[in-house]
Ligand binder design. Structure first.
Ligand code: G6P
Length: 367
């Protein structure tokens, strides 16, 4: 059953492996192949309304906030609406200006995170339009919002979010395509993006099939007291989530930077004892990213590169992890998956309580 580990050593591993099926559930009934768009009945928003938003503001905590950063990029790229994410825990305390043509999006696995719930209530009180990207049906946040997108990831037990987080990314991609198709995204582009969405479950299957290799890399990374995770533009929220996951369960210090910022400070720390996990998608920034990687290897920094199948890096990286190519806009989704598996195996090899890391709770429902 869903609340039973079965033959798995940990819920986290079970939930990592469930992702292809979870993504299928999130997509089911939502891809409209006739109009090359996405149907989101739960949004309760007609096309005219969907065209009027001039900004999107995403609120969530922890991993949901990082998913929100990925989501903001999806929406900005796909629908060309300025979008950003902010921790709900900060937003609720700073007396934010509520704009009537902003679409607010609350993201939460549990639907019970207190900071996110209070942010939604404050928004509602001031007349803001808030939709929810929530996993638990009928939860407090889902009930407070004016419609939304259920994640359909199924119950998630491990504190470190995997399948719910992936489905947050999927739901944001669906929202981005939906908002894009009532604006400037062409039917041809809609078709291209829909096809990419349909490939995701199989592509995730091929990533998790690489577990043995990832476990081997993780065992080595786990020896370091401190690590960098770097990425830029689309890769940056991926790096942030990767560092968060790694520190949450392995208790190693992991810090995320934009690859482009390395030379403005953090490079001072790079050397034989500080490994860097670099997210390097096969996109228009590939050459620049590779340039930054040379800066790391020139200082004998151990390097683990997460990139796409078929990329010739030309850098002496100790470890190379590849994922299948999606459409460029959607790349962050798949690039995140190996980082979950790295964190899992690092924590496991260090003998930590993977499913219940110290000091953390699955959902924080109090102030
Ligand atoms: C807690 C968990 C995090 C999670 C965050 C948001 O802090 O430890 O793993 O990302 O809450 O949870 P939510 O249920 O709102 O997604």
């Amino acid at each position: 059953g869903e609340y039973d580990k079965g033959s798995h050593e940990h819920f986290m591993r079970k939930e990592i492996l469930e992702q292809p099926e979870a993504v299928r559930r999130c997509l089911r009934g939502r891809l409209d192949e006739r109009f090359h768009t996405v149907r989101l009945g739960g949004l309760e928003m007609d096309a005219r309304e969907a065209r009027e938003f001039r900004r999107v503001k995403i609120l969530g905590c922890g991993s949901a906030y990082y998913a929100g950063q990925v989501g903001a990029q999806f929406i900005e790229e796909l629908a060309r609406i300025p979008a950003d994410a902010e921790p709900a825990s900060e937003f609720r305390y700073r007396n934010p200006v509520i704009e009537k043509d902003t679409l607010y999006v609350a993201v939460s696995q549990s639907g019970e995170t207190y900071d996110t719930l209070v942010a939604v209530q404050e928004l509602k009180r001031k007349g803001g339009r808030v939709i929810g990207l929530v996993n638990v049906v009928g939860s407090s946040i889902a009930r407070e919002c004016d419609g939304g997108i259920y994640l359909h990831a199924g119950p998630e037990v491990a504190v470190a979010s995997t399948k719910a987080l992936t489905n947050m990314d999927v739901a944001f991609a669906l929202l981005g395509i939906h908002l894009g198709r009532v604006r400037d995204v062409s039917p041809a582009d809609g078709r291209r993006l829909l096809a990419a969405m349909q490939r995701l479950p199989e592509q995730i299957e091929s990533i998790v099939a690489d577990e043995e290799h990832l476990a081997d890399v993780a065992t080595r990374l786990a020896q370091a007291p401190s690590l960098f995770f770097v990425g830029r533009t689309r890769g940056y929220p991926v790096a942030r989530e990767g560092a968060q996951k790694f520190k949450e369960i392995s208790y190693r210090h992991a810090e995320a930077y934009q690859t482009s910022e390395l030379k403005h400070g953090p490079l001072a720390l790079v050397g034989p004892n500080l490994p860097t996990v670099a997210i390097v998608p096969d996109d228009e920034l590939l050459e620049r990213n590779v340039g930054a990687l040379h800066e790391i290897t020139a200082r004998s920094g151990p390097l683990c590169v997460v990139t796409h199948d078929g990329v010739d890096l030309g850098v002496p990286a100790k470890d190379v992890i590849t994922v299948p190519k999606s459409e460029p806009e959607l790349d962050p989704l798949l690039l995140t998956i190996p980082l979950q598996i790295l964190a899992y195996h690092a924590a496991r090899t260090l003998g930590h309580d993977v499913d219940k890391p110290r000091n953390l709770a699955k959902s924080v429902t109090v102030e």
